[in-house]
Write a protein that binds this ligand. Sequence first.
Ligand SMILES: [Zn+2]
Length: 122
Amino acid sequence: MDEEEDMGISFDLICPECGVGNPRGATNCLVCDKNLEDTIAFMEDDFFDLEITKDCLVEYRKTFWGTDRTGKINKYFLDKIKDIEFGSPVNRFIFIYEDKRVVIPLRDENMEVIRNFFKKVE
Ligand SMILES: [Zn+2]
């Protein structure tokens, strides 16, 4: 895959919706036409991919092996996310959404992204 690098194009902007790599700076996904400019952050974790947009947190569930998506998507509107807690020493992002407690286990690096993002919002 080094050929792409040589041409000066890197397909490292992963589309949160379909998982295809797009060229940096692309405004819409080449494959599914999702508006990529809506995405504030995108994280790959063990059991899901997480996307933060300007108004939602979106969880794309993956199979137990973490290789494929199950097609199940949980969407949380940011303005309905309440009572945020950050669990430790095991990284967990915990919040109340529509009166339900949601617990999302995260890798270290993703925990950092989430923590920084939600600090700003509050
Ligand atoms: Zn796409």
